[in-house]
Design a protein around this ligand. Structure first.
Ligand SMILES: Cc1cc2nc3c(=O)[nH]c(=O)nc-3n(C[C@H](O)[C@H](O)[C@H](O)COP(=O)(O)OP(=O)(O)OC[C@H]3O[C@@H](n4cnc5c(N)ncnc54)[C@H](O)[C@@H]3O)c2cc1C
Length: 557
C-alpha cells in the first residue's frame, strides 16, 4: 500500500460527462486536480444522445472550440413530433421557438463521442485521467478528505485531498460513503434502448414518438445516415423479458403505431432497463460534493440527465476554483447546493409528469391527454415554455442567496429578466469593426464580467466606479457599453474594452432603461444588477462574494 499527500487538489471521482466537464473547467482555471475512473477504458456506450442549447451555450463560453467539434459530429434536430393512433398530438418546433439561442435545435451526438471530445480537451489542458483507479473508501477530516484507492494492478493507495467531488454515476460509491439518502422510486414501466437503421419516408433529422395505450416507441436521429436511437417503454404487464431482439423492435413499431412499412435493421446495441427517479437532498457534505447522476437520476424523457450533470459542473467549477485559490469563502459552495438542488427537484417533477402522460393507459386519461395536448401545445406561449424547459434555457437561480437586484435603485422589479436568470446574448459593436458581434463571443473567459451600460464615454461616474472596484480588478472583467456608434472616437481604456449598443436594445434586454450595471457570473447567469452606475452597492456585493485583502482579518494579508 502506498501513501501520498497532495495538498490543495480536487479529487474528481468518475470521468463520465460530469467529471470530464468539471475537470475541464477546473483546469481552465489552473486548479490542480486528480481525475480517476474505475473503468479501465472509456465507455463506448452511446447512452445520452441529446445535447440541449444551454449546454452548448455554456461550452461555447469556454472558447475552446469544443462546440464546433460537437456540431461537426452531431445531427441538428429541428423538431420533435409525438403521435397517438395516427394523430399528431405535439409538434415541438425547436427551429422557431429557440431563435433566441445560437443553437436553435437539439444536437444528437452519442455520449461516447461527447466524452471522447471532452477527454481530448482535458488532456490538452494538461490533465490526465487515471483509468482503472477505483475509490474504495473515504474519511472526512477537518482540513480535507483521506481516500483509499485501488489501482488496476490491485495496489492500494491512501491519499489526501482538500476537496472530493463524486461524479461517479447512479451507483455512486461517494454518495454511499457519506451516507446521503437517494430519495425517490423506480418506474414500474420497463424500457428498451438501442440503435437501429430505419427504412422509412420520414425526414432524416426529425425525432418522433408514437404512443399506444401506455406503451411507446420513439426514434431520435443519429449522425450515421438512416440510423436512429430507438427507445421503447412497456406497461409492466406487457414487457417482454430476456435479451432484446430486432424482432421485438419491429413488433413494437407495428403494435405501437409506428409509420406503416417502417423497417428496422442493423441493431448495434439493444438493452433493457428499469429507470429510477431519485435525488439526494443535499449536494454538499463537508468537503465532499456530489454532481451528475450521483446526485440525481430521471427518466430518459426529455433527455436531461447528462445535460444536467454537465451544468452542475459549470455551476460548481468557478465556485470551487475561487475557494481553492483562496479568493472566496468556503460558504460560496453552499450556493452550488442551493442552486442545483432546486434544479433537480423541478426536473424530477417535470420529467416524472411527462413520463406519466406519455405512458398513460387509463382510457379517460388518454382521452383527456389526446384532446388537450394538440390544443395546448399549438399555443405559441405553451410551445415556448415547453421548449425552453427542454432546452434548459429557463433554468434560473432567482431564489439564490448569491444573486442581488439593487432594488434601492428601483432596478427592474417589473422587468421580465431578473438576477439569477440566464444572461441573454445580443449584438454589440466594437471600435475596430463596423458590424455587430455577438456579446458572448467577446466575453468568454473564466471570470465575472461587469457590463456598464452608460450614456457617455468615461463620464465621472465611470471613474468613480473604477475606483470603487479597484480591489476586484483581478476578479472581474469590466466592459463599458455606450449608446451611439463607434464613429465617435472611442479608445481602449483602463476600464476594459469599449462596446456599443447603438439603439439601447441590449440594455433594454437586460431590463435597463438607460444606464446601469449587470454582473454576469462565469457560468453565464446574472449575479447582480443595478439601474445606476454607482459602485457602493456592487462593492459590498463583491465583498460578500470574494475574499480580497480588504475582507481578510487584520494581519492575514
Ligand atoms: C439509454 C440512455 C439514454 C440516455 N439519453 C440521454 C440523453 O439523450 N440526454 C441526456 O442528457 N442524458 C441521457 N441519458 C443519461 C446520461 O447517460 C447520464 O445522465 C450521464 O451518463 C451521467 O453522467 P455522469 O458523468 O454523471 O455519470 P456516468 O456517466 O455514470 O459516469 C460515472 C463514472 O464514474 C465511474 N465510477 C463509478 N464508481 C467509481 C468509483 N468508485 N471509483 C472511480 N470511478 C468510479 C464510472 O466508471 C463512470 O465512468 C441517457 C441514459 C441512458 C441509459
Amino acid at each position: 500500500m502506498s501513501t501520498g499527500h497532495q495538498p490543495n487538489i480536487v479529487l474528481i471521482v468518475g470521468a463520465g460527462p460530469t467529471g470530464l466537464t468539471l475537470a475541464h473547467e477546473l483546469l481552465r482555471r489552473s486548479v490542480q486536480i486528480r481525475l480517476i475512473d474505475k473503468a479501465p477504458n472509456a465507455s463506448q456506450n452511446t447512452k445520452a444522445l441529446g445535447v440541449w442549447p444551454r449546454t452548448l451555450e455554456l461550452f461555447a463560453r469556454t472558447s475552446t472550440g469544443i462546440v464546433d467539434e460537437m456540431l461537426e459530429r452531431g445531427v441538428k434536430t429541428p423538431s420533435f413530433h409525438v403521435w397517438s393512433e395516427g394523430n399528431l398530438l405535439v409538434h415541438l418546433d425547436f427551429a422557431h421557438r429557440l431563435a433566441g439561442s445560437s443553437y436553435p435545435f437539439a444536437l444528437m451526438i452519442p455520449q461516447a463521442e461527447t466524452e471522447a471530445l471532452l477527454t481530448q480537451h482535458v488532456l490538452s489542458l494538461g490533465g490526465t485521467i487515471e483509468r482503472g483507479t477505483e475509490l474504495l473508501n473515504l474519511t472526512q477530516q477537518e482540513e480535507g478528505v483521506e481516500v483509499m484507492l485501488r489501482h488496476a494492478d490491485g495496489q492500494e493507495e491512501v491519499a489526501r485531498t482538500d476537496w472530493l467531488v463524486g461524479c461517479d454515476g447512479a451507483h455512486s460509491m461517494v454518495r454511499h460513503l457519506v451516507g446521503m439518502p437517494f430519495v425517490g422510486k423506480t418506474f414500474e414501466q420497463s424500457f428498451v434502448a438501442g440503435n437501429v437503421r430505419m427504412q422509412w419516408d420520414l425526414p432524416p433529422d426529425e425525432a418522433h414518438a408514437f404512443l399506444h395505450h401506455g406503451n411507446t416507441i420513439a426514434f431520435f436521429p443519429m449522425p450515421d445516415p438512416f440510423h436512429y436511437r430507438v427507445v421503447i417503454t412497456y406497461q409492466p404487464a406487457e414487457a417482454p423479458q430476456g435479451e432484446v431482439t430486432l424482432e421485438e423492435v419491429q413488433h413494437a413499431i407495428s403494435a405501437f403505431g409506428g409509420p406503416a412499412g417502417a423497417r428496422a435493421s442493423a441493431p448495434r446495441w439493444l438493452d433493457r432497463f428499469l429507470v429510477d427517479q431519485r435525488r439526494v437532498r443535499r449536494y454538499v457534505s463537508g468537503r465532499v460534493i456530489l454532481a451528475g447522476d450521483a446526485a440525481h437520476l430521471h427518466t430518459f424523457v426529455g433527455a436531461q440527465g447528462m445535460n444536467t450533470g454537465m451544468q452542475d459542473a459549470f455551476n460548481l467549477a468557478w465556485k470551487l476554483a475561487l475557494v481553492v485559490q483562496g479568493q472566496a469563502k468556503v460558504q460560496l459552495l453552499e450556493s452550488y447546493g442551493e442552486e442545483r438542488e432546486h434544479v433537480s427537484k423541478e426536473l424530477l417533477a417535470a420529467t416524472g409528469l411527462a413520463a406519466r402522460l406519455a405512458t398513460a393507459h387509463q382510457p379517460v386519461l388518454i382521452g383527456v391527454r389526446n384532446f388537450l395536448a394538440p390544443r395546448l401545445t399549438a399555443l405559441p406561449l405553451a410551445q415556448r415554455l415547453l421548449i425552453h424547459a427542454l432546452a434548459e434555457l429557463n433554468i434560473s437561480y432567482r431564489h439564490s442567496s448569491i444573486v442581488q437586484d439593487d432594488h434601492a435603485r428601483g432596478a427592474g422589479k417589473r422587468a421580465h429578466l431578473h438576477p439569477g436568470d440566464r444572461a441573454p446574448d445580443g449584438h454589440v459593436w466594437t471600435f475596430e469593426r463596423n458590424a455587430p458581434h455577438q456579446l458572448f463571443e467577446l466575453l468568454s473567459g473564466t471570470r465575472h464580467t461587469l457590463l456598464v451600460f452608460s450614456q457617455q464615454q468615461n463620464g465621472a461616474n465611470m471613474k468613480e466606479l473604477d475606483l470603487a472596484l479597484a480591489e476586484f480588478h483581478d476578479l472581474v472583467d469590466i466592459h463599458q457599453i455606450t449608446r451611439g456608434t463607434n464613429g465617435n472616437g472611442a479608445q481602449e481604456g483602463a476600464a476594459g474594452r469599449k462596446l456599443y449598443d447603438p439603439d439601447g436594445s441590449l440594455a433594454h434586454c437586460y431590463g435597463l432603461a438607460n444606464e446601469g450595471l449587470v454582473l454576469i457570473r462565469p457560468d453565464g447567469y446574472i449575479g447582480f444588477r443595478s439601474r445606476a452606475i454607482e459602485g457602493e452597492h456592487l462593492r459590498r456585493y463583491l465583498q460578500d462574494l470574494f475574499l480580497t485583502t480588504s475582507s481578510l482579518p487584520l494581519g492575514r494579508e
